[in-house]
Design a protein around this ligand. Structure first.
Ligand code: ADP
Length: 264
């Protein structure tokens, strides 16, 4: 891959022990950020040192979902990231004014991501860095692969066939970037009503479909890491800034998310 890093990125060094996961999806609104923040706090609760880079330039929502109140500060030539729920967080949203839309082009996105990776003070070596990518197969996904070639990809999809097809394309980028796809997470699976009936709002099978297709494409076993039910509490937990694995750890959604974290 051309267009590598111009700065020293600790995560890209051969001796780095940080596992970097790039969380990808085919399209927006499938719960990529929700899964990212829940995995982050689940891993942090296990005593791991966790950082999150919210690189979803068009839909940054990680700060709200993690309840980040602080702002990044500058110390000498480093950027100190705010910490929320034990997780260090940096987001594109912290560098724009209010709710202004981000209109950056590829090269600017590349530089911003590079800065997040090289100039942010992540402290003692992180155990895990999660990268919330924008949906699709755009510039940021390519940049992240160039900047951290060892980053492994987690693909998020809904159970819907149409969504799964788009998610397969997002995962297939790994073939070109030679990255490993760690697995697929199906989100927004069956909604369980108070009377116990299950409604498959977005159909079924999308997660299995993406896992099977990426296994075929990459020639390696890409597992389905978990299936997270559709649950209003998941949405609400995100809205109040306390991810469901912390807010309601015994709920089926939180349990499913914790199981995904076990696989990482
Ligand atoms: P993306 O990052 O893929 O754009 P988000 O994580 O922002 O998606 O999720 C989109 C919306 O769906 C958010 O309002 C979020 O709270 C909600 N959501 C995500 N996963 C679930 C779920 N399992 N059950 C209910 N709501 C969910």
């Amino acid at each position: 891959l051309k267009g590598g890093a111009t700065k020293d990125i600790p995560f890209a060094r051969a001796e780095s022990r940080t596992r970097v996961y790039a969380v990808a999806s085919g399209k927006g609104g499938v719960g990529k950020s929700t899964v990212t923040v829940n995995l982050a706090v689940a891993l942090s609760a296990r005593g791991l040192r966790v950082g999150v880079v919210d690189a979803d330039v068009y839909g940054f929502s990680v700060p709200r979902m993690l309840g980040v109140t602080g702002r990044p500060t500058r110390v000498a030539d480093m950027i100190m990231p705010p910490v929320a729920q034990g997780v260090k967080v940096i987001s594109v949203g912290m560098f724009v004014d209010g709710n202004t839309p981000v209109v950056w082009r590829g090269p600017m996105l590349h530089r911003a991501l590079e800065q997040f990776l090289a100039d942010v003070y992540w402290g003692d070596e992180l155990d895990v860095l999660l990268l919330d990518l924008p949906p699709g197969t755009g510039d940021v996904a390519i940049s992240s692969a160039q900047l951290i070639p060892t980053a492994e990809i987690i693909v998020i999809t809904t159970p819907q066939t149409a969504a799964a097809e788009v998610a397969e394309r997002a995962g297939a980028i790994a073939l070109q970037t030679r990255q490993k796809v760690v697995g697929v997470v199906e989100n927004m699976a069956g909604l369980v009503l108070p009377d116990g009936t299950r409604v498959d709002v977005f159909g079924t099978g999308g997660g299995e479909q993406v896992a099977a297709s990426l296994s075929r494409l990459t020639g390696t076993q890409v597992p389905l890491l978990g299936s997270i039910p559709l649950d209003p509490d998941v949405r609400e937990a995100g809205d109040v800034g306390l991810p469901v694995v912390l807010r309601d750890p015994h709920s089926p959604a939180a349990q499913a998310l914790s199981t995904v974290a076990d696989h990482l």
